[in-house]
Ligand binder design. Structure first.
Ligand code: NAI
Length: 344
């Protein structure tokens, strides 16, 4: 079977890490038909649209996307393509597993938690206007529908993945109505899952708790902006942004992308770590029912990290993006002793 997948290489380090990932995916023997499109400023130069119609139509057709990061200009310019894609396709659940890779020394070994972030509303939507010169307003819209939907996604995931605990992270002491509604919805949904321990923490305390003792958490359920910020904090706990994968799920389609951005400081130098996008692609392989190929890559990642000879600079090596990808492909081709499968 050939899987049709919409590919958005993105910009900055995007094309480098996506190219490395595509090479590895193709080396598994799984057949893909890629429909590749630019987005953001690159797309505007070509199509005079930040999200070309062809890209939208492709996602409607394939229902699966693999995406590199897209730069969003700071303090002006066009609105985030990432936010727009998530809204356009109702990709309401942002799923980010936070796990150590073996052989990357970190303060907290064997960390294993999941971030479930509401992806379509809240302050992160960037609905803003200037009221009068010198006064701006930013709207934080929280709805019962979206809050209930994301809570249910988190609890269903907990049940399926046999996870034990969910903490709803909020600031309802201050934003009593908006975060209050988010909290009420997750409390209500929690009642339907009595086997899962439900807790609530205020977001600022959560950041401190994560740095002091992240093991107390299992699944973190957050609204959009808190999820964005806490994701990067958690990436720091397991070795950095070069490692942490993500997926955006809706009822109709899914787009897989790393937590990190376009990293303009290292773009075009063949030094970015493609592991985060590669691990996002593993989530995609599972979504496509290609679990065997996912394990093959997962085991190769293990081997390459254990060996340490071909790691990128962010995790203490000297190798480039493409050399790392070559090493993963070589490791996939090397016969391996069967070992207990590890999670993606
Ligand atoms: P960033 O995630 O691009 O970079 C933060 C730091 O992490 C930089 O020092 C960078 O070099 C490093 N880093 C990130 N990914 C890495 C990788 N794969 N390998 C090695 N080092 C890596 O965050 P920043 O600088 O805040 O954002 C840059 C741009 O990316 C902005 O325009 C932002 O809007 C956009 N962005 C896009 C996202 C997306 O498309 N999903 C997500 C986050 C940010």
């Amino acid at each position: 079977m050939t899987h049709k997948v919409t590919l958005i290489p993105g910009d900055g380090i995007g094309p480098e890490v996506i190219q490395a990932t595509v090479r590895i995916l193709e080396a598994t023997g799984v057949k893909f038909e890629w429909e590749s499109f630019a987005a953001g400023s690159d797309a505007f130069a070509k199509y005079h649209e930040y999200i070309p119609k062809e890209l939208t139509e492709s996602i409607e057709r394939t229902r699966v996307g693999l995406k590199g990061p897209v730069t969003t200009p700071i303090g002006g310019g066009f609105s985030s393509i990432n936010v727009e894609l998530r809204k356009r396709f109702e990709l309401f659940a942002n799923f980010r597993p936070i796990r150590n890779l073996p052989h990357i020394p970190t303060r907290y070994p064997d960390l294993d938690l999941v971030i479930v972030r509401e992806n379509t509303e809240g302050l992160y939507s960037g609905i803003e206007h200037e009221v009068i010169p010198g006064v701006v307003e930013s709207l934080k819209i929280i709805t019962e529908k979206a809050s209930t939907r994301i809570s249910r996604f988190a609890f269903e995931h907990a049940r399926k993945a046999r996870r034990k605990k969910i903490h709803c992270i909020h600031k309802a002491n201050i934003m009593k109505l908006s975060d209050g509604l988010f909290l009420q919805c997750s409390r209500k949904v929690s009642k339907e899952y009595p086997e899962i321990i439900y807790g609530e923490h205020i977001v600022d305390n959560t950041c401190m708790q994560l740095v002091m003792n992240p093991y107390q958490y299992d699944i973190l359920l957050l609204e959009n902006l808190y999820g964005d910020i806490v994701s990067d904090l958690c990436a720091g706990l397991v070795g950095g942004l070069g490692l942490v994968p993500g997926a955006n799920f809706g009822h109709e389609c899914a787009i897989f992308e790393a937590v990190h951005g376009s990293a303009p400081d290292i773009a075009g130098k063949n030094i970015a770590n493609p592991t985060a996008v590669l691990r996002s692609a593993l989530l995609m392989l599972r979504h496509l029912g290609e679990a065997e190929a996912a394990w093959k890559i997962r085991n190769a990642i293990d081997d390459v990290y254990r060996d340490r000879a071909k790691l990128t600079r962010d995790v203490g090596g000297n190798s480039g993006t493409s050399e790392f990808a070559d090493a993963i492909i070589a490791a996939m081709e090397t016969p391996r002793q069967p070992v207990a499968p590890m999670p993606v």
